[in-house]
Design a protein around this ligand. Structure first.
Ligand code: C2O
Ligand code: CU
Length: 477
């Protein structure tokens, strides 16, 4: 009784907030970073139907710095795909690259046939080939898309894009929102893309980072902000290896959401760490003097040997504070989301180790429990089963663990749920440490991949498979 009265009140407050939502930012505040959006050619309001074309195209990443990159629809990143939760998304994909590819929809709980893993969920899309992706988007949040063929090379060449799933019922109370795709690209002094094999096996073991850091495909773009007024940033780390540790020089970052939508409740941070593949939904309300500028930085993060030595701070973007007087009177709406902790009672224990071996000829090979991907045995699961994975990183580099098709919750070393609760599909497993996650499978049968989202590591062997509801096949060689 009390509860329903409260939810009616919540709904009324939400409605009042929604009608009050007007932009508080100066006109054109985000024009330097605003992403091109995919064009919906379907008149049905609940179907978004778009064309997506992978092709090589010249892209200007900084004034006067152009490179022939691998792009979706001619840009880095590809078009922002904007849908509402429950919509059907149809993507007519065509491949004009000189290599086979697929599109993987990172984080989405979709049917296996749409997961974009070559030879597992679909045949690779050959040069000149096409494929239609067609699925319903079940969860609000920021997701992203990228190839799953030669992933390190193709993502590193520019093939990334954001997919924003909006929930009209979600009340955050901030009208001014922008999607920020963080990535990097390696361009040599002749203006050509770096070889994806640079540094050989050692380059693979580290995870190659591009020399230019990009925000929505640009080196150091500008965002304008009014002091005292909130902005909502939906951020994805789409780099193939680089971690971002965002810092606003003392300005607070309020994180309200992560990979799979809103958190149980917001948390306030000084720096925001995003491992490759992870997303964050944050609100920032700069309190700087009008007319000043703030550099949004990324601090070097220790993800293992070579990641901080001789590294300097990187500038992600410039936040230019508008001249008008500070906005007064905004305060954070108390966003709250009910998230049920997945019970670990009776869960199956799955123990895996991330390993790195040196072959006799001196080259490196990553593996799960000492076995590289090509020789892995899949983990099996039944629909409806709950598993607690204990993931031990035996190597000297950190590995962002990503599971396809299902969200998980992170547990601490006592097996308790990390607070606030949130749905994740990617979590960093720091070097020489252990991370536990709990996952409950549903009835979407199939072979679902898990791997490190440092894509060189994935290609270098750090991948595995979970067979959900798939009869056991003996893969013994
Ligand atoms: Cu973004 Cu297989 O992953
Ligand atoms: Cu890794």
């Amino acid at each position: 009784m009390l509860r329903s009265a409260k939810s009616i009140l919540d709904a009324m407050i939400a409605l009042a907030l929604a009608t009050l939502l007007t932009s508080l930012q100066p006109a054109g505040w985000d024009k330097d970073v605003r992403l091109a959006e995919a064009v919906d050619r379907n008149p049905d309001p609940r179907i978004v139907e778009i064309d997506l074309d992978a092709r090589i195209a010249p892209v200007e990443v900084a004034p006067g710095v152009s490179v022939d990159a691998w792009t979706y629809n001619g840009g880095i990143p590809g078009p922002l795909i904007r849908v509402r939760v429950g919509d059907r998304l149809i993507v007519h994909f065509s491949n004009h690259l000189p290599q086979a590819t697929t599109v993987h929809w990172h984080g989405l709980r979709l049917p296996i046939q749409m997961d974009g893993v070559p030879d597992v969920s679909q045949p690779p899309v050959a040069e000149g080939g096409t494929f239609t992706y067609d699925f319903v988007v079940p969860d609000a949040g920021l997701y992203w898309y990228h190839p799953h063929v030669m992933s390190a090379a193709q993502v590193g060449f520019g093939l990334v894009g954001a997919l924003l799933v909006e929930d009209p019922a979600e009340q955050v109370g901030v009208a001014d929102e922008t999607v920020l795709v963080l990535s990097d690209i390696g361009i040599d002094n002749r203006g050509k893309l770096d070889s994806p094999d640079s540094g050989g096996s050692t380059g693979m073991a580290f995870g190659r980072e591009g020399s230019s850091v990009l925000v929505n495909g640009r080196v150091r773009p500008r965002l304008v902000a009014r002091s005292g007024a909130p902005q909502r940033w939906r951020i994805v780390n789409a780099a193939k290896s680089r971690f971002f540790q965002m810092d606003l020089d003392g300005q607070k970052i309020t994180r309200i959401g992560g990979d799979g939508g809103l958190l149980e409740h917001p948390v306030t941070l000084d720096t925001l760490l995003l491992a490759p593949g992870e997303r964050a939904d944050v609100i920032i309300t700069p309190t700087l003097k009008p007319g000043t500028e703030l550099e949004v930085l990324s601090f070097p993060f220790n993800r293992g040997y070579g990641s901080v030595e001789y590294r300097s701070v990187e500038q992600l973007l410039t936040l230019a504070i508008d001249k008008q007087s500070p906005y007064v009177g905004w305060s954070m709406a108390p966003t709250h989301r009910e998230i049920e902790p997945i019970s670990t009672a009776g869960a199956t224990a799955v123990n895996i180790e991330f390993t790195l071996a040196q072959r006799p000829e001196g080259t490196f090979e990553y593996g799960i429990n000492g076995v590289p991907f090509a020789k892995d045995h899949p983990i099996s699961a039944k629909p409806g089963e709950t598993q607690v994975w204990t993931i031990t990183n035996k190597t000297k580099w950190s590995h962002p663990f990503h599971l396809h098709g299902f969200f998980f919750q992170v547990l601490d070393d006592k097996g308790r749920h990390v607070q606030p609760l949130e749905w994740k599909d990617t979590v960093n497993v720091p070097l020489e440490q252990t991370v536990r996650v709990v996952v409950r499978y549903d009835d979407r049968a199939g072979s679902w991949m898990f791997h490190c989202h440092i894509l060189d590591h994935a290609d270098g062997g750090l991948m595995g498979m979970v067979d959900v509801g798939v009869p056991h096949v003996d893969h013994t060689h």
